[in-house]
Write a protein of this length. Structure first.
Length: 569
RNA sequence: CGGGGAGUGGCCUAGUCUGGCUAAGGCGCCUGUUUUGGGAACAGGAGAUCGGGAGUUCGAAUCUCCCCUCCCCGACCA
C-alpha cells in the first residue's frame, strides 16, 4: 500500500472527550472515528487491525475443530421467549418492529439461534461439535465508554460446543480455554484466567480472561504466591476466626441516639467485626435483607448470583421504613416479618453476642446470636473481599488489580438446548438433552486492549501479529531518483515475499513522516534517503525499542523478511 | 437511571461570570515562493447559522426556560 493513496487522517490533538489511552491513540492515529456514543466507524487502518485480530481468533477456533457459521443479527421475539430471555434481557436488548408489527430483537448473543440449529443434530454420533461465528452484536449498554472498550455495536467471536454429557462439555471447555490462551499470546496480551460470575448467561461455571489495565472495569483478586485468581464478584478469602464471648440469653435493646453508622456504633463500644450490617434490598420486587459483618461490603453480583434475581436494587428509604419501621442506620434482621427473606453472609455463621439495629430509630440490640435470633433463610457468600486478606488457597495476603475482560467462557449446561428441545439419541436409544458451552471474545475490545497496553509517548506500538502494516518504507526525498528507485525495488521485493508493507511516498517533510509512522505504531521502519543510498546504506528502526541500525541496501530485504517472519506469531 | 462536567470551522482552545463593531488564536486544508534526515518559513485564501428551539433586550456565543448530544463516576457486560 502507498501512503499517498491511503486515508489516514492523523491528528496532533486527541479529541477533547477521549480519556482512555487507546481511545485517544486510535482516534489520533486515524484508525477510527466516533459516530455517536458506543458506535465507531472503522477507518482503513483500524479495519486492518480488526481483521488481523479476527484472523487470529479464527485460526485458533479452526485449530480446535470449530466450524464457522454466520447467523442473522435480527431475531424473532418468539425465539427469545422460548429461553425466557426476551423478558430477562430487559433494556439491554435493542428491539424493533417490522412493518407488520411483529417484534424483533437485535442479537446480543446467539445461544438461542445456535440451539435452534442444534435441533437438527439428532444422533450422539455427530457429537461433539464446535460451532462459531464472528458477528455483530448489539447491546443497549447503559453507559458506553473508553472508546472501543465498551460499545453498543461490536464484532464478537461467539462459539458454542455441543456435547452429550458433562464430561464432553468439560473437554470442549478446556479446548477453548487453551485456544483462548493461544489467542492472547498471539495478541501479546498477558491475560489471566479467573473464576467469574456467570451473570445473565446462567450455567455451571465460567472463566474470564482478564488483562490488567487501569482502563478496565473489573477488579480481579490475585494471589502473589499461588495461582489463585478470581473476579471480586466471585473471590473469597480466609478470615481470621473470631471468638465471641458468651452473651445474654436474649438480645438486649439499648438506646443509641443519633448513631447511624457502623463507625459511630464502634465508637460506642461495638467492634465492627461484631456488628451485623443489614442491607435492605429489593429483588424482583420482593424485600430481602442481606446481612454482612460490620466491616464487610456487600457485593451485589454475589447477591444476584446467590438468589438468581434479575432486577436488584437497594430499597428506598420509604420502602425501608414501610417494611421495617425504621430508617437506615437503625436497621436489623432481628424480629422482622416472616415473609421477608433474610440472607446472611458466611462470615456471620455461628457468631454470637453481636450488635445490630433494632428496627426502631435510635435503638440497637446487643447480644444477638445469629442462629438463635435471626430467621436466616440461607447462609451465602455475600461479602466482597479486601486487599490483604488471606488467599483461600495458600493464605498469602491477596492483591486486587483493575482489569479488562478480554474473553469469557461459560459452561452453559442444558438450559438453551432444553428451551429449544435440542436432544440426541444415545447408543441405547435414550433421549439426551444436548449439553452446551458458550465462549465469547470481542474483536474490537481486544484490539483496544492491545492499544491500551502497547504504547509510548510517541503513539501506538503494535505487535507484528496485528499491526496495520508490518513495515513502513519511509522515503526521505521522493524526487531523488536513486532513492525512489531503491525504495520501489524494496517495496516490490517485500510485497513479493508476503510482507505487509507500506511505502511512505508522500511529498512531506521527514519529521512528519517519522511522527506519523510512530503514531500509528508500525513495528519496523526502513528509512531510505539520498545520504545513505549513495553509500549503499539504509536504516532499520524497531518501533518498540526505537533502536536504529544501519543495514546494507543489498541486505535490507532479507533482514526485514527474516525479522518480520520471526516476529509473527 | 442517579451524581458531576462539557458542546464555538475537520481537530484543540480563548471569549460566557460582567451582553456591545466584520466571533479570536493554534493545528490541519488550498495556492504561490523559499525550503527539505525529526511535526518548516513567509505571503495569500477557503472554511462557523457559536448543539437545537423559544424568550428577554436597541443589541445574545454571553442572560432565562425547554430540548438534544457527548464525556466522567456508580448499578450491567465481549
Amino acid at each position: 500500500m502507498r501512503w499517498s493513496n491511503l486515508f489516514v487522517p492523523t491528528l496532533r490533538d486527541a479529541p477533547g472527550d477521549a480519556e482512555a489511552i487507546s481511545h485517544k491513540l486510535l482516534v489520533r492515529g486515524g484508525f477510527m472515528r466516533q459516530l455517536h456514543a458506543g458506535h465507531y466507524s472503522m477507518l482503513p487502518l483500524g479495519w486492518r487491525v480488526h481483521e488481523k485480530v479476527a484472523k487470529i481468533v479464527r485460526d485458533e477456533m479452526n485449530d480446535i475443530g470449530g466450524q464457522e457459521f454466520l447467523l442473522p443479527a435480527m431475531h424473532p421475539k418468539s425465539l427469545w421467549e422460548a429461553s425466557g430471555r426476551w423478558a430477562t434481557m430487559g433494556d439491554e436488548m435493542f428491539r424493533l418492529e417490522d412493518r407488520s408489527g411483529a417484534e424483533v430483537g437485535l442479537g446480543m448473543t446467539h445461544e438461542e439461534v445456535f440451539a435452534s440449529l442444534a435441533t437438527e443434530v439428532n444422533s450422539y454420533k455427530t457429537l461433539p461439535q464446535i460451532w462459531y461465528q464472528i458477528q455483530w452484536k448489539f447491546r443497549d449498554e447503559p453507559r458506553p465508554k473508553a472508546g472501543l472498550l465498551r460499545v453498543r455495536e461490536f464484532a464478537m467471536k461467539d462459539s458454542y460446543s455441543l456435547d452429550m454429557d458433562a464430561a464432553g462439555l468439560d473437554a470442549n471447555f478446556d479446548k477453548h480455554h487453551a485456544a483462548y490462551l493461544r489467542i492472547f499470546e498471539r495478541l501479546d496480551l498477558d491475560a489471566m484466567p479467573v473464576e467469574a460470575s456467570s451473570g445473565a448467561m446462567g450455567g455451571a461455571g465460567s472463566i474470564e480472561f482478564m488483562v490488567a489495565s487501569p482502563a478496565g472495569e473489573d477488579d480481579v483478586v490475585r494471589c502473589p504466591k499461588c495461582d489463585y485468581r478470581a473476579n471480586v464478584e466471585r473471590a473469597t478469602s480466609t478470615l481470621d476466626p473470631i471468638a465471641d464471648e458468651t452473651g445474654p440469653e436474649q438480645p438486649e435493646k439499648f438506646a443509641t441516639p443519633g448513631i447511624r453508622t457502623i463507625k459511630a456504633l464502634e465508637e460506642a463500644g461495638a467492634p465492627a467485626t461484631s456488628q451485623m450490617k443489614s442491607m435492605i434490598m429489593v429483588l424482583d420486587g420482593d424485600i430481602t435483607i442481606a446481612v454482612v459483618r460490620g466491616d464487610h461490603q456487600l457485593n451485589m453480583q454475589k447477591l444476584q448470583d446467590a438468589t438468581g434475581a434479575i432486577d436488584i436494587r437497594p430499597a428506598t428509604p420509604e420502602e425501608t421504613f414501610e417494611h421495617l419501621g425504621a430508617h437506615p442506620g437503625s436497621l436489623g434482621a432481628v424480629g422482622v416479618r416472616e415473609d421477608i427473606t433474610i440472607l446472611v453472609d458466611h462470615a456471620l455463621e455461628g457468631r454470637t453476642n453481636l450488635t445490630t439495629g433494632a428496627n426502631e430509630d435510635d435503638w440497637h440490640y446487643r447480644g444477638v446470636d445469629v442462629s438463635r435470633d435471626v430467621n436466616v433463610a440461607r447462609y451465602v457468600d455475600l461479602r466482597e473481599v479486601s486487599v490483604g486478606e488471606a488467599c483461600p488457597k495458600c493464605q498469602t495476603p491477596i492483591e486486587i488489580v483493575r482489569a479488562i475482560e478480554a474473553g469469557h467462557i461459560f459452561k452453559l449446561g442444558t438450559k438453551y438446548a432444553e428451551a429449544m428441545n435440542a436432544f440426541v439419541l444415545d447408543a441405547d436409544g435414550e433421549k439426551r438433552t444436548i449439553v452446551m458451552g458458550s465462549y465469547g471474545i470481542g474483536i474490537g475490545r481486544n484490539m483496544a486492549t492491545v492499544a491500551e497496553t502497547h504504547n509510548d509517548d510517541k503513539g501506538l506500538v503494535w505487535p507484528v501479529s496485528i499491526a496495520p502494516f508490518e513495515v513502513c518504507i519511509t522515503v526521505m526525498k521522493i524526487d531523488d531518483a536513486d532513492t525512489m528507485n531503491a525504495a520501489e525495488a524494496l517495496y516490490s521485493e517485500l510485497r513479493a515475499a508476503g510482507i505487509d508493507v507500506l511505502i511512505d511516498d508522500r511529498d512531506a517533510r521527514a519529521g512528519v513522516k517519522f511522527a506519523d509512522c510512530e503514531l500509528i505504531g508500525i513495528p519496523y521502519r526502513v528509512t531510505m534517503g539520498p545520504r545513505g543510498i549513495v553509500n549503499g546504506q539504509v536504516e532499520l528502526t524497531d518501533r518498540s525499542t526505537m533502536d536504529t541500525v544501519d543495514v546494507a541496501l543489498s541486505d535490507i530485504a532479507q533482514t526485514v523478511i527474516s525479522q518480520v517472519t520471526e516476529a509473527r506469531r
